[in-house]
Design a protein around this ligand. Structure first.
Ligand SMILES: Nc1ncnc2c1ncn2[C@@H]1O[C@H](COP(=O)(O)OP(=O)(O)OP(=O)(O)O)[C@@H](O)[C@H]1O
Ligand SMILES: [Mg+2]
Length: 441
């Protein structure tokens, strides 16, 4: 039996006992009067407690424990317990809700909840940024009043939400592209998700440019080659003309070979894991090979100096590094007119090791410098093509440097010459020493 019931029964038993005792001692009428008196007192007491209880309810201060005892003490105690349980449940729901909101806020996607009339009920901060919504101001606004792009309005009207739609040229200052899709849920509610696809768009357009560039680069020598082939097949050529044509055809084939080789090098650089941190790259050996190659390319038309001022070696991939050094030195030779001077230096400075190539060539105008590392970027296409350039060399150098966590720095002034630095960080410098006696001039 609950204690509340016990207390009620006890009260009525006490009243009955008093009335019975009075009846036994003084008679029935006195007994009845005693009962009425007791019940009236009880009624007054209960009315007082009801008054206090109603004041307690209206104060809404359920935390304060009541000092009342008896039946009303029990009522207060139960109410207090009920309120605490409900409070706990409300807190749980609130925590779940805030965790859900935090999770939705943390997604890199925009999320908008729409009602059946396409009015905004809630959105996260990414959606505000993506779609230009102000969560407070635009609450219960139709989404098509905020996002007015005709493609999106049509998407909403057609109600065919199986595929996302792409919205380009979004954003006022910084342009970006979005994929937007709607997912119906619940009772005619809709969830709108937006994803920033600018990077994908950029990669797509880079891929398209790349294919166009490669095709263009191959088309030119192929056209020349097929022209020569036709001539050789159709015309009766004397020996000297035949040799001349064959030489020209060899030059075009070499061009294509170089292009394919450079493309393969770039693909390898992109696909391979980072160069090893524990593989020694003997600088003396590499610098000598670079100089021998440079002298072969120059054929005595330039003055080539090698200055080794550091005894440090590098850690990384020797083939990649060789190709970076050789690209810079061969550029210096190819773009510097006869009689010019090329200086190759290897030195260190505090915690960096630096490879530097200086030439007395035509120099590079300031606006071209940041673009030199773009694939197929050539300042003077015809001049570069004359020298057999495909515009991939600096892209390779840049890749090699970023793979070795190094830095490429270019200084140049028109009519004076250019200087290219490859700066290697401490982590890529080997502790071993090299033999200074092999310094080449
Ligand atoms: N030392 C230099 N002096 C003047 N211009 C240079 C020099 N090095 C590079 N350039 C310019 O930068 C452009 C890009 O160089 P990059 O090495 O990427 O291509 P490339 O030499 O034309 O071809 P590749 O190296 O693929 O055979 C060159 O076409 C040239 O115009
Ligand atoms: Mg080059």
């Amino acid at each position: 039996m609950s204690s509340l019931k016990t207390r009620l029964i006890t009260i009525f038993l006490v009243v009955f006992l008093i009335s019975w005792l009075v009846t036994e001692i003084f008679g029935l009428l006195e007994g009845l009067l005693a009962a009425v008196l007791c019940l009236s007192l009880l009624l007054v007491q209960q009315l007082w407690y009801v008054y206090k209880f109603s004041r307690f309810l209206s104060s809404a201060n359920f935390n304060q424990a009541s000092s009342t005892s008896g039946i009303w003490g029990e009522v207060y105690y139960r109410l207090h317990k009920l309120v605490s349980t409900l409070r706990g449940q409300v807190l749980d729901v609130e925590q779940q809700h805030s965790r859900f909101i935090q999770a939705v806020q943390a997604t890199p996607n925009g999320v908008v909840m729409l009602n059946e009339d396409d009015q905004i009920e809630w959105c996260n901060s990414i959606a505000e940024k993506h779609l230009g919504i102000n969560a407070k101001r635009d609450s219960m606004q139709r989404i098509t009043h905020i996002l007015r792009k005709p493609a999106f309005v049509q998407y909403i009207i057609r109600q065919n939400y199986r595929e996302p739609i792409r919205l380009n040229n979004m954003g006022l200052f910084e342009q970006f592209s979005l994929d937007v899709q709607i997912f119906p849920y619940g009772d005619k509610q809709k969830l709108l998700l937006s994803q920033d696809v600018s990077q994908i768009e950029k990669t797509d357009s880079m891929r398209r440019d790349f294919v166009a560039n490669v095709s263009h680069e191959l088309k030119t020598p192929l056209t020349v080659l097929s022209g020569f082939l036709e001539t050789v097949q159709e015309l009766e050529l004397n020996e000297s003309d035949r040799v001349k044509f064959l030489n020209l055809m060899t030059i075009q084939t070499e061009r294509m070979k170089t292009l394919v080789q450079d493309l393969l090098t770039l693909a390898k650089l992109e696909g391979n894991p980072e160069p090893p941190i524990n593989q020694l790259v003997p600088m003396e050996n590499i610098l000598q090979r670079v100089i021998v190659e440079a002298e072969g390319l120059s054929q005595g038309k330039h003055q080539i100096d090698l200055q080794i001022k550091s005894i440090k070696n590098l850690l990384g991939d020797d083939q990649e590094l060789y190709s970076a050094f050789s690209n810079l030195v061969s550029n210096a030779i190819r773009y510097t007119p006869e009689g010019g001077k090329i200086t190759v230096q290897w030195f260190d400075d505090a915690n960096e090791a630096i490879f530097c190539v200086t030439d007395t060539g035509p120099g590079i105008a300031e606006q071209h410098i940041p673009r030199l590392t773009e694939r197929f970027y050539r300042i003077d296409r015809s001049r570069s093509r004359d020298t057999g350039g495909t515009g991939l060399g600096m892209a390779i150098v840049n890749h090699v440097m970023s793979r070795h966590h190094g830095q490429l720095k270019i200084e140049s002034s028109l009519g004076v010459g250019s200087r290219f630095y490859l700066i290697f960080p401490e982590e890529r410098i080997a502790p071993q020493k090299i033999n200074l006696s092999v310094k080449a001039e």
